[in-house]
Design a protein around this ligand. Structure first.
Ligand code: XLS
Ligand code: CA
Ligand code: CA
Length: 441
């Protein structure tokens, strides 16, 4: 077995004052927070595509800048096998319990679907074998039905029925291998499911076909007995101008309209929520209150840029708010925190992959600690329940219980006159939040 990251040994927790860049400052996997180990709360995953596939390319530097320890390997299948080894070594050294992949990340596409599936089987066997002596597991699998030229006009929303069929064949196989590898979730991110211009688009047919496709996935999942969660990952734009799975609200409405809301939860990515004009927490909250928060793609965007930068998450406010929602839903069941994040083009050395993940893991560990103190002290919820107390008694209770209509409310208002309103206290709450963020509370 080759060792790819020779300069790195197991990353250990050394505490907040450590100067060792290859150590955790806040992530202490076995430390208990509210009776549960940090590693069980956080369920981190490495994204295969960013960590083992991405080359640091951008539209102005298609060749990429990355230097990787497997660069000398030229045969595509040998390279795919090397990356399996590198993945397990990387996850084990970081103590990350999960990884996630697209079918095409783990095995290169061949000339025919049959050949491609054969390649996949070969690599799946290698992964399975490596899993025997590792604690590292598969969080989720998915399909890349957007990179190949055939998907230029979309996959299940393509104008061409044979492309729809091709995508179905691909998802079928990807779901099978996800199940074979013990994957706990299967993700549907839209890829090119959207449009560039309505001048050439039958929106109604495309949306109906998207629902048909998802229904087929639900049926096939039942047929093969895959018990993982099915997740939809919203994104408003990129690669298409308008992606159909725009945001959590849009996806929830679409699922309900098509009778699919019991079958799918959300995989919410921070950078996608912000591209949709929401905060990360907004989409998490909306999913949570609809019992639809399945898993999280942990990254962050750049507020000054209008695209999907997929940066490692380091913003403590965001990780705190995210973990607040996770704690409030009672923790992850099958989901986790997948680092759908890439190191910057200028961070091209292999060691930067470790620094990126350590930064993200530490930021989420801090977020978890802060959020659990906020939940424990009942800071904001207490304020919120007092703020809405008028709905607990009197006319408010009658509104909530559906006992009154416009006529009764008019009579009530005529009798009671001008309502007394209360301050929202935003600035006060923000300064209390800061006390928790800096660790004073
Ligand atoms: C792209 C998406 C993608 C999904 C998996 O923006 O984030 O990487 O997570 O297909
Ligand atoms: Ca993602
Ligand atoms: Ca993204």
């Amino acid at each position: 077995m080759s060792e790819y990251f020779k300069e790195v040994s197991k990353i250990e927790y050394e505490g907040p004052k450590s100067d060792n860049p290859l150590s955790f400052k806040f992530y202490n996997p076995d430390e208990k927070i509210n009776g549960k180990k940090m590693k069980e709360h956080l369920r981190f995953a490495v994204a295969y595509w960013h960590t083992f596939q991405a080359r640091g390319a951008d539209p102005f530097g298609a060749d990429g800048s990355a230097i990787r320890p497997w660069d000398h390997i030229t045969d595509p299948m040998d390279l795919a096998k090397a990356k399996v080894e590198a993945n397990f070594e990387f996850c084990e050294k970081l103590g990350v319990p999960f990884f996630c992949f697209h079918d095409r990340d783990i095995a290169p596409e061949a000339d025919t679907l049959k050949e491609t599936n054969k390649r996949l089987d070969e690599i799946v066997a290698v992964i399975k074998d490596r899993m025997k002596d590792s604690d590292v597991k598969l969080l989720w699998g998915t399909t890349n039905a957007f990179g190949h030229r055939r998907f230029t006009n979309g996959a299940s929303t393509s104008n061409n029925a044979s492309v729809f069929a091709y995508a179905a064949a691909q998802v079928k196989k990807a779901m099978e291998i996800t199940m074979e590898l013990g994957g706990q979730n299967y993700v549907f991110w839209g890829g090119r499911e959207g449009y560039e211009t309505l001048l050439n688009t039958d929106m109604k047919l495309e949306l109906d076909n998207l629902a048909r496709f998802l229904r087929m996935a639900v049926e096939y999942r039942k047929e093969i007995g895959f018990d993982g969660q099915l997740l939809i990952e919203p994104k408003p734009k990129e690669p298409t101008k308008h992606q159909y799975d725009f945001d959590t609200a849009t996806v929830l409405g679409f699922l309900k309209e098509n009778g699919l809301d019991k079958d799918f939860k959300m995989n919410i990515e921070a950078n996608h929520a912000t591209l949709a004009g929401h905060t990360f927490q907004h989409d998490l909250r909306l999913a949570r209150i609809n019992n639809a928060l399945g898993s999280i793609d942990a990254n962050q965007g750049d507020m000054l840029l209008g695209w999907d930068t997929d940066q490692f998450p380091t913003n403590i406010y965001d990780t705190t708010f995210a973990m607040y929602e996770v704690i409030k839903m009672g923790g992850f069941t099958k989901g986790g925190l997948n680092f759908d994040a890439k190191v910057r083009r200028a961070s091209f050395e292999p060691i930067d992959l470790f620094y990126g993940h350590i930064a993200g893991m530490d930021a989420f560990a801090q977020g978890l600690k802060i959020a659990s103190r906020i939940v424990e002290d009942d800071v904001f919820d207490k304020f919120i329940s007092e703020r809405y107390a008028s709905y607990n008694t009197g006319i408010g209770k009658e509104i909530v219980e559906g006992k009154v209509g416009f006529k009764e409310l008019e009579a009530y208002t005529l009798e009671n006159g001008e309502p007394e309103i209360t301050s929202g206290r935003q600035e006060l709450l923000e300064s209390i939040l800061n006390q928790y963020i800096i660790g004073a509370k």
